[in-house]
Design a binder for this molecule. Sequence first.
Ligand SMILES: O=P(O)(O)OP(=O)(O)OP(=O)(O)OC[C@H]1O[C@@H](n2cnc3c(O)ncnc32)[C@H](O)[C@@H]1O
Ligand SMILES: [Mg+2]
Length: 177
Amino acid sequence: MSYRTLYLGSTNPAKLDAVQAVFTPDQGFTVVARSAPSGVADQPRSDDETRTGAVNRAHWLVRQPGVELGLGLEGGLVDHAGDMWLCNWGALATSRGHLLVASGARIPLPRELAQSLRKGGELGDVVDSWSGREGVRHREGAIGILTEGEVSRADLLGHIVRLLFGQWRYLGESRVS
Ligand SMILES: O=P(O)(O)OP(=O)(O)OP(=O)(O)OC[C@H]1O[C@@H](n2cnc3c(O)ncnc32)[C@H](O)[C@@H]1O
Ligand SMILES: [Mg+2]
């Protein structure tokens, strides 16, 4: 069997777990993690900026020689209904010019966290010092802490990856060769 390679635009293990759970060898895929520039702030602060970060990563990947399929995932913050919410976006680009986009579930952040984030900084760093843990962004994520382990960052991103994979399958025969 010949495998298709899916490039992920990040080496973050939580993102890689989410992608490897969907783009499996059984489905005919190998996954390669390669840091891709998001072209937006390290901490995006709107849906638009977060989606753009995911799309830029995916597009950057398919501009590299030999890359057929590029997937970008981006985490961000959104002000909504008086709270600051955690959001995530994903994009899957093909070298044939298709672009599929999806966003994930979101939850409001505790006021205390939102307050420090309004002063600047990245959610990953703020959550580490707030929770007294290290490297939360690479493991359970803020979402894992805020849901008592019920939903991990990989779970949250996994749903987005499935939405992308499903849309790509729906494209059918017109997808990449
Ligand atoms: O190496 P990359 O792919 O950039 O991985 P990252 O962890 O920085 O992830 P993003 O750039 O997609 O996310 C932007 C910021 O939001 C943070 N973030 C998003 N979701 C998070 C979560 O569930 N837990 C902790 N930090 C999160 C993340 O750590 C960054 O500071
Ligand atoms: Mg980042």
